[in-house]
Write a protein that binds this ligand. Structure first.
Ligand code: MOS
Length: 704
């Protein structure tokens, strides 16, 4: 019985349900110490003096002078120190590390830091410095605007967002034969491996990174684990004992990355009949104090900034600005939720100005096979913009409700959106991911660095391998992501784990099947010993990208979706309840329908939170509401009724036709909900659209 397309029991299900799965904080080692991070309390300045206000006996104390290698958290640019030397660039920046076997004593230890404060930059719009600048150009913008009947301008804003993975960041470092082994909650074992090598000055084989069972990631465990793993490792090497650091919720929210806030400006030239002839987009992201992943977040954001629309003349300019706040980083969607919010609200505003049905405007401009994107990528048969739009409109009764609710406190709005699967541009080619498949006594073992972060990696990969080999799902095991035991199949990010890594595994399984000569893998193992097949990423044919000009195939393919939100405004409290969402996604083919639906439901709920609830309050450069009592995320009561539809348009270069679905659902809810608010008559152009924002907009509406 084939298992692809079937919702088989998940590989990690039984252990999690039984409480047997070990999260990092469940694990202890003999002689283990607890670690703690002393952090800066000013946003900008220099450290003049550090004084220990406790008896240091029994403590291990680490500062930047204890770093054996380079004092950097190695990522894109090596600008971020692992521990501050003198210059402080943001509140919560790590300065010193302490370890002790008694957690109470550790937490009671006081360190006094004397600063020479300097003037911080908080406003990305006024920041003189940028981490990255990008320009995408197509056609002739001036000609496009000259031809346009109407020009519509708009400015759109989005706030920070906190990941609120159930499990906070945590690591245990264990000194082992001249090197270090770290166990932790992470998405990208080889990112941590690389960072530790540079920080500790150790060769490849002296650094080992093992993923413990993680309680969620959402991008929040893409880059910060390299920092906390470094801290645990430095303490462990100095103490010569295992050291555990696990953040509590307040520290995790206060000190780690958030989604980049954005300001996106649009100028769009349209013809009376609705055709868009010119698009000028300026994207500004608040990058925070260090580069971290901002260049690639900006890149994905800019590439998605024109939305899933065809337009002959486009200019997109992006900037990730420096500010004296915690570096903002990876978060499900990676820049696309910000820019797709802007373009989708802009589309509704254009429709308002033209007196045109928002669906009609999208039908006229949606990308079709043969059209080109802003980077000049030619759409193929895998382009499903019109398909998802039509289905969502029909299923939700959008047109009927749009008319019926006119002038009431109920509104309906939609967003059409897309998301590129895999790394941007030449990213996948440069990653050159590798996967292995090995025969075992009982079947086969999958060896990949891809991590299970709740999304179902192990199950979905095992399904792909089982069906390709034509063996029972139960005979497929998945190795623990351990850099000493698995090849580097790249980070678990960018909606790439199914489409990109799954495809490499499918190719491994195909070759294995041929070489098994009709034997089952277990039988072959018993007769001939182990067989290991390793394959490397191969781009689909015809994919061309030029990093220098930002032209070409930005992604091998895209997934497509349309969300329709139905909202109700409370005229007294100005709260907006999202009553129902119709969510139509096309991502090739779901390998495991229940897990895929879980991704869509979870991502949609996270998008609802982004739209109306989640508000990071920044005060003096730090998150002032770093707690779950007043940083509110959606509960089941805030989550609308979801009508999820998975349309299929199999992609020939994905395993069994699959594309990516991890991030896509995050891109649509905010613009769909804000467009529903606009239907009520509230001129909202920002998220989170909190009651105070809506009250102000309602006042404006009455005054008009
Ligand atoms: Mo990520 S936001 O884990 O690509």
């Amino acid at each position: 019985m084939p298992v692809v397309g079937q919702s088989v029991p998940r590989k990690d299900g039984a252990a999690k349900v039984a409480g047997a799965a070990k999260y990092v904080d469940d694990i202890t080692f003999p002689g283990m110490l607890h670690g703690r991070t002393i952090r800066a309390t000013i946003p900008c300045g220099r450290i003049r003096d550090i004084r220990l206000d406790f008896d240091p006996a029994g403590f291990t104390i680490v500062d930047c002078s204890d770093i054996p290698g380079r004092n950097v958290v190695s990522l894109i640019e090596d600008d971020q120190p692992c521990l501050v030397e003198r210059e402080v660039r943001h509140v919560a920046e790590p300065v010193m590390l302490l370890a002790h076997e008694d957690r109470e004593k550790l937490l009671a230890a006081k360190v006094h830091i004397e600063y020479e404060p300097a003037t911080p930059v908080y406003d990305a719009e006024r920041s003189p410095a940028a981490h990255k600048h990008i320009v995408i150009e197509k056609g002739d913008l001036a000609k496009g605007f000259a031809k346009a009947d109407l020009v519509v301008e708009g400015e759109y804003r989005t706030g920070h967002q906190e990941h609120v993975y159930i499990e906070t960041n945590g690591f245990i470092a264990v000194p082992e034969d001249g090197g270090i082994t770290v166990h932790g909650s992470l998405q990208c074992p080889f990112y941590v491996h690389k960072a530790l090598k540079h920080l500790l000055g150790l060769p490849d084989d002296k650094v080992r990174v093992i993923q413990t069972e993680p309680g969620g990631g959402f991008g929040g465990k893409e880059e910060y684990p390299s920092m906390i793993a470094g801290h645990a490792a430095l303490l462990a090497l100095k103490a010569r004992r295992p050291v555990k650091i696990v953040y509590d919720r307040a520290e995790d929210m206060w000190a780690t990355t958030k989604r980049h806030p954005s300001v996106v400006r649009h100028r769009t030239g349209v013809m009376r009949d609705g055709r868009i002839v010119a698009m000028e987009v300026a994207v500004l992201l608040d990058g925070g104090a260090y580069v971290t992943l901002s260049p690639v977040v900006l890149s994905r954001g800019c590439i998605h900034a024109a939305g899933p629309y065809r337009c002959p003349n486009v200019r997109i300019e992006g900037r990730a600005a420096f500010t004296n706040t915690n570096p903002n980083g990876a978060f499900r969607g990676f820049g696309a939720p910000q820019t797709e919010f802007a373009v989708e609200v802009q589309m509704d505003r254009i429709a308002e100005r033209l007196g045109m049905d928002p669906v009609r405007l999208r039908e006229i401009n949606a990308l079709r096979p043969g059209d080109t994107t802003a980077t000049g990528q030619i759409m193929g048969k895998d382009c499903s913009a019109l398909m998802v739009l039509k289905e969502a409109v029909k299923r939700s009764g959008y047109r009927r409700k749009r008319r019926a609710w006119q002038g009431t406190n109920r509104g309906i709005g939609l967003a059409l959106f897309y998301h590129g699967s895999g790394f941007t541009g030449s990213g996948e080619v440069r990653l050159a991911s590798k996967c292995s498949l090995a025969t075992t006594e009982r079947g086969v073992l999958i060896l990949v660095a891809s991590t299970e972060i709740g999304q179902g990696t192990r199950t979905m990969h095992a399904q792909i391998v089982a069906d390709t080999l034509d063996i029972p799902f139960e005979q497929v095991d998945v190795a623990v992501p351990d850099t000493a035991g698995v090849p580097d199949s790249g980070p678990t990010v960018a909606s790439r784990t199914c489409m990109v890594v799954g495809r490499i595994l499918e190719r491994c399984a195909k070759e294995m099947k041929e070489r098994l000569d009709g034997l089952g893998p277990g039988e072959h193992y018993r007769r001939h010993g182990p067989m290991v097949i390793t394959k490397e990423y191969e781009p689909p044919p015809g994919i061309v990208w030029d990093d220098a000009t930002y032209r070409g195939d930005a992604y091998a393919t895209y997934s497509w979706a349309c969300d329709v939100a139905e909202v109700e405004l409370d005229p007294v409290t100005y709260e907006v309840k999202t009553r129902k969402m119709t969510v139509v996604h096309e991502f090739g083919r779901p390998i495991h329908p229940v897990l895929a639906r879980g991704q869509i439901e979870g991502g949609t709920a996270q998008g609802v939170g982004y739209a109306v609830l989640e508000h990071v309050v920044m005060q003096d450069g730090a998150m002032a509401n770093a707690q779950l009592t007043n940083y509110t995320i959606p509960t089941t009561l805030d989550t609308p009724r979801l009508d999820v539809v998975m349309l299929e348009n199999p992609y020939p270069y994905g395993p069994f036709g699959a594309k990516g679905v991890g991030e896509l659902p995050m891109d649509g809810p905010a613009p769909a909900i804000v467009n529903a608010m606009r239907h009520i008559g509230l001129d909202v152009r920002e998220v989170p659209a909190l009651p105070e924002v809506l009250m102000e907009k309602a006042g404006e509406a009455v005054m008009r």
